[in-house]
Design a protein around this ligand. Sequence first.
Ligand code: ADP
Ligand code: ASP
Ligand code: MG
Length: 815
Amino acid sequence: MKVLKFGGSSIADAQRIQTVISIIDPYRSQGVAIVFSAFGGITDALIDVSQHALLGDKDYRVALAAIENRHLDVVRSLVGIRKQGSILAQVKIRMNELEDVLHGVFLVKERTPRTLDYIMSFGERLSAYIIAEVLKDRGIEAEFLDARNVIRTDSNFGNARIDFETTNRNIRRYFEEHKGLQAITGFVGTSESGETTTLGRSGSDYTAAIFAGALQAESLEIWTDVSGMMTADPRMVRKAFTVPQLSYEEAMELSHFGAKVVFPATMQPAMAGKIPIRIKNTFDPEAGGTVISAEVTNGKLIKGVSSMNGISLINVTGSGLVGVVGVSRRLFGTLANEKINVILISQASSEHSICFAIESKYSLRAKVAIEKEFQYEIQNDEMEKVIVENDFAILAVVGEGMKHNPGTSGRMFSALGKNGVNVYAIAQGSSELNISSVVKEVDISKALNALHEAFFLSDRKVLNVFLVGTGLIGKTLLHMINDHYEQLSRENRIEVNVIAVANSRKMLFNEEGLDMDAAVDAMKSAGEPMNMALYTDRMFAMNLPNSVFVDCTSSEQVTEYYESILVASVSIVTPNKKANSSSLAKYKMLKSTAFKRGVRFLYETNVGAGLPVINTMNDLLLSGDKVISIEAVLSGTLNYIFSAFVEGRRFSDVVRDAKVSGFTEPDPRDDLNGMDVARKILILAREAGWDLEPEHITIENLVPSSCRGGMPVDEFMVALAAHDDDFERMRREAGSREEKLRYMAVLKDGKVTIGLVSVDNQHPFYSLSGSDNVILLTTERYHERPMVIRGPGAGAAVTAAGVFADIIRIGHYAK
Ligand code: ADP
Ligand code: ASP
Ligand code: MG
């Protein structure tokens, strides 16, 4: 004999019931017990209607009519016209009974737990009845079994306990006499005094297990709307997958902490009879699903992560708690008397405080009861008032595999830490089957995803990128990520999703990930107005794990948000130099904030575009080397200009050509004034360990003084020609010594100077061409022959590649 159970989600409407019937059909001539929940959402609707009646709201009748119609519709759609009439009449008779009860509630303004149980029972009584009739109509030998006729309980309405002796006897006797398919009401029972009771929300699973236990069924199949028990709630963790096998204990822990596929109590009767429980998907019957059995399979450290919302933390503190025997007994005894279930307890070994978690709906009752129990201690200042904090959730990782296996909690808390999820309380049962921790409810989705990733996809990382700046670099970056997405995911197991893009006017978000190639156009046409404060608020509210903010602007204003971004545990990658080259205090603050929050602040492209300058230098320093001096050509534009400035050409013409070819800033004075080079060398110097401020740098400004200030660009281009002779003189002088002019930044003895220098043909910078950058690092180790880093130091493609590399670096770090 098999027992099957179909949950509310499997029988939410006629179409779904049709699917269920095709699953049941093969059993048409076998004895089988099939337990049904109420049609999806009906139990909630019944509670709601009774609540309205209780509050004297006449409209409860409207809602009741809607409930009635849902049932009538199913009959009309699934039963042949000939038999419809009598079934519709039966449904109406039951609905009238329900209406009478509700009218009573409406009149006396009272709804006892007993009445509520009776009201709720209509859901299952109608669903199982209707489905039995539908089956009969299709020629299946089905019988409707109202479980109230066999399941005997106590009178604990809303959560009745089973009298197994009577129940098992009743069930066995009933099945000896009834051999056909039984369509059974889940959730309901009868008390000794003959009143209708319910077994607690989700109790149909329990009903099914009770039948399975009593009938010593070969298996219990729970049919629901997911393919088994999964590694996490699939609504919260998109990458959750089915766990093929679980032990009873593992399943119990997972469902206890919120994986509601099976109701925890279900396990008991099945477990006692060692009956395997199969979780199957009504909408994908071929999928393997999960088998829950006595078997313990190891191999995986963790089988699942689950969570429970609506938790309050209660703190009881005071000197009176230290070493006093029996305090815990009194405390938890008080809670037990109040029928308040304590979900998790953590007590510091100093015994100065006890902290425990309960469902928020009980928190006020708990506080009042505890303060009453300990009123004398509170009066004598041996104990403080009870502190209640709300809006928490409990996270649990569950698995037999963590027994005696060190490192599980390390992995758990490091994943939470890296994502800025604060842990308020921790508990590990001595069974070592579960580690639970209390976190803020707002963090729960991020925490679940981070844990899921840490335990199940440990070699796979999903990065969530928030991009600001869709100019050349930003756009190139998007295309690059898009082009490499598949390969990165396959070979490096890093997935880079772009969640938001923005320019200075518009912003566009999509939590599921934007289509990268189309994102910029979509943003321009469908984006909302850009506002940096709103953008960051939205990013924080999404609270996604492994979030990376990528700033591809050169805006000072955007950098003002860096601190709050890092504080929110979001990493930053940027080619924007403005943050690191402003005050030393800001530079240091950002670095230390990133460090404290366990996130990264990466800006390799601040200097030399994609050239590996900052990382190389950091590696040297980390391994104990010291930077003695740096000489560098850091402006691709200026290098281009001085490479092209040869015999026979006029300086102003060279600048004009460079401008026309797009190698300069819109105003070439922004290159010639040396400020950009100053920012870069300042950052390098700081990275090398010198505490320098911008004003410590001596800059030779190549813009002749008469051309500075507010003069328009066109005028400047003309005015510059008046100085061609000066530049020509410098060039010739250098040429006479067989030297070349280079605009160089030098850090030496802690001092930075920037200016035009002429170098001889022995100097490594002599042969520089085009827009190359070169950085010469003299360190304690690279002393005789300095290290040279050289290559294209400007351009959207190399810069975007450098930014992309930093993003991937975060992916590796996050693993
Ligand atoms: P039914 O209506 O069949 O009783 P429930 O809604 O009670 O179904 O339970 C199934 C739901 O449980 C799934 O749709 C899923 O959203 C949720 N769920 C939560 N945690 C898990 C998990 N770890 N594995 C599978 N489903 C889960
Ligand atoms: N219908 C009941 C509920 O919604 C029992 C069940 O679905 O298991 O709680
Ligand atoms: Mg359920």
